[in-house]
Design a protein around this ligand. Sequence first.
Ligand SMILES: NC(=O)c1ccc[n+]([C@@H]2O[C@H](COP(=O)([O-])OP(=O)(O)OC[C@H]3O[C@@H](n4cnc5c(N)ncnc54)[C@H](OP(=O)(O)O)[C@@H]3O)[C@@H](O)[C@H]2O)c1
Length: 242
Amino acid sequence: MIEQKVALVTGASRGIGRTVALGLIEDGFRLALVARSLESLQSIASEIAALNLHPDSQPLLFPIDITKRDSVHKIVAEIDKVWGRIDLFFNNAGAWTEGTLDVSIDEFDRIFSTNLKAGFYFLQAVVPIMKQQGFGQIVNLVCITAKGAEPDWGVYSASKYAFFGLTEAIHFDLIKYGIKVTAICPSWVDTNMAQQAATPYQSDEMIQKEDILNTIRWLLKMSPKASIKEVVIDCTSEQLQR
Ligand SMILES: NC(=O)c1ccc[n+]([C@@H]2O[C@H](COP(=O)([O-])OP(=O)(O)OC[C@H]3O[C@@H](n4cnc5c(N)ncnc54)[C@H](OP(=O)(O)O)[C@@H]3O)[C@@H](O)[C@H]2O)c1
């Protein structure tokens, strides 16, 4: 019997995470879904149930605040207990803020707690499981602002630079354990966050959420010795403005 693979997806309640979760269930994964909004997670679970796919397709739902380290460790232990493996960890949840030196310390802490520390908590909890199984794919959703800061987005950009640095380091650290780590660094993706950040582009002028799903599918199809450190996805609308 082939054991079903398990994917842990953070930020699954909407946007990129939701699209990736729904794609992975079609690909035969069992899912552990994380976000604060239980209602949104339940709505994805209903959507999955309606697809009537494999019998074990009902996801585990974890409505937690990922900035709480204890909650993160608790849910990863729960996934380990129930399924005993994590094949793919999509470290995706994030938050955006405008501003640089005018940003309050509380807001600075919120952004760094969400975009850097929470991802770190998950990595500390997930990597021992992957080390034990001798394989795993980690995908950290970073941002193109980690490749060149956006004016007036200093705090968000700094959090993503730091997250990229962490990703790059563990990419090299974990290769010897059979664990692959990849940063995806997209420009504008058509989600609520892009609206919140006042994107000048229409939906169809941006990167689509499915492009991120397809990037993950491509990573998963790589042969065992192929290793991709980062994937930068530009948005042609923005490039044309330059
Ligand atoms: N959209 C873009 O243009 C773009 C471009 C480059 C990179 N990114 C990155 O892509 C990732 C996903 O963004 P998106 O565009 O899909 O944004 P989104 O639609 O705003 O979704 C963000 C997700 O993160 C979750 N989240 C945020 N704070 C959380 C917390 N404290 N605890 C638990 N979950 C939390 C949210 O769930 P709840 O609110 O239910 O908790 C939601 O599911 C982020 O890391 C973002 O920085 C986005």
